[in-house]
Every structure is written in C-alpha cells, then in structure tokens.
Design a protein around this ligand. Structure first.
Ligand code: ATP
Ligand code: MG
Length: 420
C-alpha cells in the first residue's frame, strides 16, 4: 500500500526547512524585543469558540473548518486561526491579572479546508500575535511597526495597507448605506454578493468578480462614515506610523474576512506570489475578549502566513537546508575509531555538531560522507597519525590543513578553532 500525505497537507523536508527555522528564529528574537511572551495553545478546540469569535457568516466558519464529533459526542474543530484559541486561554487563566497589557505570540499549524494552490494549503502555519488591554493608537502603530520590521529583517519586500472598520457605534450606519447601494444593483451582482448582501454586507467589497467590481464603482466608503472617536483614533495611528517613517497606503476597500474586527485593520501585501497576495493581516478587535466571556478589554493582533513568507524567502535565496555539521571525523583502524568515537562526544559537549562513520569504511567512503553532511571541517585520524600522536584538521572550504596534538584537550581546542 502506497500511502501519501493528504491533499493540501505538506511535508517540510530537511532540504527546505532552513527558511522555516530562520523565520522562527528572527520572529522569536524580534517579538522578544517588543515585549511579547510566547503562549502555546491546543490545535483542537470546541467548535463554538470559533463560531462565536470568527462569526457564523464568514467564509472560514461557513465552509473552511475541519469540524467533527469526538467520542463524547462533542463538536470539535481544528483551529483555523490563532486569535480565538489564544483569547480563550487568556480568559480561562485570567491572564489580565498578571500585567495591565499582555503581549502574546504563538507559532503553529492552522487548518482550513480550502482549494490547495501555491501558498494556500489545508494545514498551514502562522506566526500569530496579540496585544490585549490597551486601545491606544500607539499600540496599533507599534504592532504594525513590528510586522514591518519582521519582514524587513527577513529581507522581504511587502507593502502595508491600512483601513479603519469603525466601531459598533458607526459601522451600522455604514452597513445601511452599503446595503442600500447594493440593493439598487442586486440583479447585476454575483450569487456570493447577493448572499452577503443579507448576511455580511461588508464582505461584498472583497469580491474578486470583475463584473461586481465594476458595479462597486462609487460605492460609499467606510472612512466617510467613521464616528469622531474612530476618526481621531485612525488619524493618530497614521500620525504615529508617519513618525516612525513606516510607509503605508490607505485602502478603504480592505474589509478583512473575520467578524470580530473593529477600527484599525491592516494587510501586508506582496506582488510576488500571484493570487496569494496577503502575507500577513490583522487588526483591532475591541469587543472580542468580552464576547468570549472575559473582561471588557480591547485587543489587537495580526497573523503572518509562514508558507507565503518562506516562499518569498526561497524566491530570494533558494531553498535552504537544515544546517550541516561542523566537523566529520574520519578514522581508520580500531584504535583510531575508538579515539574518534570519544572525540565526537567531547566535540558535542563543547558545542560542535560532530559526526563520524559508524561502519568504519574506507578513507574515500568516509570523505564522501563528510561531503554529504556538509561538514565544514574534517579531522583525519589514520593509524599513522595515531602513532605520531596527532590528527589532521582540514578546512573543507579553503582545503588548508594543520596538525593537532591528540591530547585530552583536543575536543575543546577543536571547538575554539572551528568556532572562530
Ligand atoms: P486569504 O485572503 O489569502 O485567504 P485570509 O484573509 O483568509 O487570507 P487570514 O485569516 O487573515 O487570511 O490569515 C493571515 C495569513 O495567513 C494570510 O495573510 C496568509 O498569509 C495566511 N493564510 C491564510 N490562509 C492560508 C492558507 N490556506 N494557506 C496558507 N496560508 C494561509
Ligand atoms: Mg482565506
């Protein structure tokens, strides 16, 4: 039987995992500098968590969730995004009591039953970031600055688009104006738009159908409907981004697919991945913590898709393998092999990545292995060297060689030479 991975589920192989490791390393380091702590939450949650937070009429809840009934008869769902699960944990453990502002991040797989394409999988991975407990515009600006810095430090070229979706006070007015506008054109719109007209009018602006797009020329725009509070908030967010010299574009058509967003929303857009143009996205969700049964605390977050990010890195740098070893010890003869076996352990204790051939093949075969493991250095210990009390260290890049004494300190000495 020839069993393969499921459609839309992908193995990340050692030959390509280097870009993933780099993204995680850079992200963890950066998030730490911005005061974020890591939280790890389960991938399986009650279905009601996602229905209640993401919204019943969103694409995710309507058609993309992996939902099943477990053995107790409860409906459970593989998380389609990170925010709901992190907020569930935040509320469950009363994390707001620890600090007035909580900055949290999580890294891991998400699941959505969509049509797989390049940059779109059914199991994909996100870096997901939340700030809970402040509605200050400075938090919005800081969060976008962090997203921007992440992509800049990775050398990826994206543009930042921002919008404000208003609040429960002003959004209903806009929804009404939008509905009136769409109703007048109903026959000319696609089925999706007609459905959304009833359930979630904001989403029609997302429609990719060129016919619909044409109909939406002259559509009322959200920024014109913001209440004073939302307008001031958005103005201040923009001012602070200007202050930090972070380039952005206002996009009044950007609505985001999740129900919980309020005020600031943003997307990180690339031109280099065809139709899958969003590398990351986020926004403010001031009502969500309370909606999940927690205290009345505002929040804002974003998620970056790691598949799309690593695709961009591979376009720039080619696939990156997991890092090779520092040192391969080539040993010939019983005595040398024993000595080498001890030395591999000593090298590892001193911080080096060390390998040797367990089978004791010919010199040529061992050198070949050293190559395959991409060893930066090879230490050669034949019977002749052993008799002289030395080993030969070869730098594989420059081919330079030197003789080292086979003393008790050799492991340490190798570490010093190789790490310099
Ligand atoms: P899209 O419009 O591309 O479907 P989205 O609005 O559904 O994106 P979000 O829910 O905001 O995406 O998730 C944030 C990021 O996660 C996206 O910008 C993208 O990089 C990534 N992402 C979302 N869905 C997938 C998927 N199925 N496969 C790979 N990455 C994804
Ligand atoms: Mg989507």
């Amino acid at each position: 039987m020839n069993i393969k991975a499921l459609k839309g589920f992908k193995d990340i192989l050692p030959t390509e995992v280097g870009s993933w490791q780099r993204v995680e390393r850079v992200a963890r380091d950066l998030f730490h500098r911005y005061g974020f702590a890591e939280i790890r939450v389960p991938v399986l949650e009650s279905t009601s968590l996602f229905k209640r937070s993401i919204g019943e009429t969103t694409d995710i809840v309507e058609k993309e969730m992996y939902t099943f009934t477990d053995k107790n008869g409860d409906s459970v769902t593989l998380r389609p995004e990170g925010t709901a699960a992190v907020l569930r944990a935040f509320v469950e453990h009363s994390l707001h009591l620890l600090q007035p502002i909580q900055r949290l991040y999580t890294i891991g797989p998400m699941f959505r039953h969509e049509r797989p394409q390049k940059g779109r999988l059914r199991q994909f991975h996100q870096l997901s970031v939340e700030v809970l407990g402040s509605e200050e515009p400075m938090v919005d600006a800081e969060l976008m600055a962090m997203a921007w810095q992440l992509l800049t430090e990775l050398g990826v070229n994206v543009s930042l688009e921002i919008n404000s979706l208003g609040c429960p006070e002003c959004r209903p007015n806009y929804n009404q104006a939008l509905r009136d506008f769409i109703d007048a054109r109903a026959e000319k719109l696609c089925d999706d738009c007609n459905r959304r007209r009833q359930t979630n009018p904001l989403r029609v602006l997302d429609c990719k159908n060129p016919n619909c797009q044409e109909q939406y020329q002259g559509v009322p725009l959200l920024p014109d409907f913001l209440c004073g509070g939302c307008r001031d908030h958005f103005g201040e967010v923009c001012r602070l981004l200007d202050l930090l010299a972070i380039p952005y574009k206002k996009n009044a058509f950007m609505v985001r697919g999740l129900d919980y967003y309020t005020r600031t929303t943003f997307e990180l857009i690339t031109r280099d991945l065809g139709a899958q143009s969003a590398v990351g996205a986020g926004g403010r969700y001031d009502g969500l913590v309370a909606q999940l049964g927690g205290p009345k605390l505002p929040g804002i977050g974003f998620a970056v898709g790691m598949e799309r990010l690593t695709l961009l890195l591979e376009q720039l740098n080619g696939p990156q393998a997991d890092s090779g070893s520092d040192l391969f010890i080539v040993a010939l003869g019983e005595a040398a092999r024993n000595r080498a076996f001890l030395l591999t352990q000593e090298g590892r204790r001193n911080g080096l990545a060390v390998l040797m051939d367990p089978a004791g093949r010919s010199m040529k075969a061992q050198m070949k292995q050293a190559d395959k493991f991409q060893a930066r250095y090879v230490l050669i210990m034949g019977e002749e060297e052993l008799a002289k009390g030395i080993a030969i260290l070869r730098d594989m890049a420059s081919k330079a060689q030197e003789e080292l004494a086979l003393g008790d300190e050799l492991g340490k000495e190798l570490a010093v030479r190789i790490n310099k």
